[in-house]
Design a protein around this ligand. Structure first.
Ligand code: DQA
Length: 148
């Protein structure tokens, strides 16, 4: 079976495409999932792609991903508010990459703080839907370099 990457999405990301498209773009989450699935398949990787609007469920998605090869997470607003999500990231042994569509550092001050970043291998933000592919590439690199 192909090694699995888990791409996890938090609140409001199910609204992509119709949600503030000038900030988050016109692509839907289903478009992003399809793009990732196709590119990962070409590279011999499998994909688990999930979204939830509930903090506790996102914690459970993180725990469930511990058997895979890595997690790329766009936790949405929970990034800036959730000690529980940060603790969940610290509780797993797979590499975790935090990602955002928008450049959170060019936005409101409350988006500059992340509870996830200190526990993550790295952070990718500001490249729209392409942030997802960059995060997946980072996880592939970490695994192929033996740094997982
Ligand atoms: C986001 C940035 C967050 O600040 C915001 O709350 C989101 C989306 C992004 O992908 O740019 O919901 O994570």
């Amino acid at each position: 079976m192909a090694p699995l990457l888990h791409i996890l999405n938090g609140p409001n990301l199910n609204r992509l495409g119709m949600r503030e498209p000038s900030i988050y773009g016109e692509e839907t989450l289903a478009d992003i999932e399809a793009m990732l699935a196709a590119r990962l398949e070409e590279r011999g990787w499998g994909l688990v792609f999930r979204q939830t609007n509930h903090e506790g469920e996102l914690v459970e998605f993180i725990h469930a991903a511990d058997g895979g090869k890595g997690i790329a997470i766009n936790a949405g607003a929970f990034t800036h508010t959730s000690v529980a999500i940060g603790d969940a990231v610290r509780s797993v042994s797979v590499p975790v990459v935090e990602l955002h569509l928008s450049n959170v550092f060019a936005r409101e001050a409350f988006r500059h703080h992340s509870y996830i970043a200190p526990a993550a291998r790295g952070v990718i933000c500001g490249f729209g839907a392409y942030s997802y592919w960059l995060a997946a590439e980072a996880l592939i690199h970490i695994n192929e370099a033996g740094e997982a």
